[in-house]
Design a protein around this ligand. Structure first.
Ligand code: TXA
Ligand code: MG
Length: 330
């Protein structure tokens, strides 16, 4: 049975005991909740895939307490990795490096690289330090669903498939870590996050390119990832009211994620007013998407967000949430 625990020393000790037995433990990070297993146990890591309903060829990130811990999982730790680790770890950055020989194929999805991350959340840090080894952890949601930013989201998605959920409250950042691959000749941004390309470039001293066609596969980079179950459309701010009026006339049940107040229309559906500022918008985004999905509407309308670089990761997640083709959902 799942236990929702706080995150004090007794809960951390219990979590470590369960991880050592090969069980799954969900834990908070500063980005989203992770579904953790002992990264050195292929049997335990395989349980993650079963619990999520995720195909076995998708790699999972290994979480470690610090950069020294990360070194043991990589064949080499190049100067660029050291520079990014110094600048951003602990924090919401995942580095893809060439894997060390001992890293099992179930962790790497059969690829020659491994994803490494040092989370900053105090509970994640306490867990990693107490466990003393790497913890493999994807986001703690069902495959293709919205990532969890509250312990209750993990419980809603995974229930009894997880032995223990450490409850560390709402995740600060609210969207998944920035992923940079250093496994090839030049650094590549595989998934945008709250650490932007400009942040990375300032540290590396040169431009970081977006993912190329032959870049290592990241499941979050498939078109329809992070999707609510209700069909969702992205709508420009200047046509939102007109669209809403049309849907109201057709008696459609509508749920809206907007950045302004509820308009004066004969519309009694769900209206969520999101923040005007990017970090605050991201912090609540997945909670909002879950609430919109739970509203049992016929359609979700999401108001477009600004163009600036600080909105890139949000635009990326919104584009995936509104892609609409469940078939290629990851
Ligand atoms: O913020 C985060 O990164 C959260 C927290 C829990 O740390 N984790 C997370 O994991 O978002 P997940 O599995 O939901 O997304 C990680 C992405 C996946 O798309 C996976 O394919 C990619 O990272 N990934 C992991 N290892 C990789 C590798 N060796 N090469 C390429 N992509 C990799
Ligand atoms: Mg995920």
């Amino acid at each position: 049975m799942t236990t929702l625990a706080g995150a004090g020393p007794a809960a951390i000790a219990r979590a470590c005991a369960l991880l050592r037995e090969g069980a799954l433990v969900a834990f908070p990070t500063e980005t989203v909740y992770g579904l953790g297993a002992d990264a050195a146990s292929p049997t335990a890591v395989r349980r993650i895939f079963a619990a999520k309903g995720r195909p076995l060829d998708h790699p999972v990130i290994v979480h470690v307490a610090d950069a020294a811990g990360a070194r043991g999982w990589a064949r080499a730790f190049p100067p660029a990795a050291q520079a990014l680790a110094d600048a951003f770890w602990p924090g919401p950055l995942t580095l893809i490096l060439r894997r060390a020989a001992h890293v099992d194929a179930v962790v790497t999805g059969g690829q020659d690289s491994v994803g490494l991350r040092v989370p900053s959340h105090a509970v994640a840090q306490a867990l990693l330090r107490a466990f003393g080894r790497g913890i493999a952890a994807p986001s703690a949601n069902r495959f293709g669903h919205v990532s969890p930013t509250l312990a209750s989201h993990v419980d809603d998605d995974l229930g009894d498939a997880v032995a223990l959920i450490l409850d560390g409250g709402a995740c600060d950042v609210g969207i998944e870590s920035t992923i940079v691959s250093l496994a090839g000749d030049v650094p590549e941004l595989l998934r945008p996050g709250s650490i932007t390309a400009a942040h990375l470039e300032r540290v590396l001293g040169h431009a970081v390119r977006g993912a190329s066609a032959d870049a290592p596969r990241a499941s979050g980079t498939l078109p329809a990832h992070y999707a609510p179950r209700t069909p969702a459309n992205l709508v420009r701010r200047d046509v939102l009211q007109a669209e809403l009026r049309q849907l109201c006339e057709r008696d459609e049940r509508i749920a809206v994620l907007a950045r302004g107040p509820r308009p004066d229309l004969p519309f009694d559906g769900t209206w969520i007013r999101a923040a005007e500022e990017a970090a605050a918008y991201a912090h609540c985004l997945y909670e909002h998407l879950r609430r919109l999905d739970a509203a049992n509407a016929d359609v979700i309308l999401i108001e477009d967000v600004p163009d600036g670089p600080e909105w890139l990761a949000i635009r990326d997640r919104l584009a995936r949430a509104t892609h609409g083709e469940a078939d290629d959902r990851d």
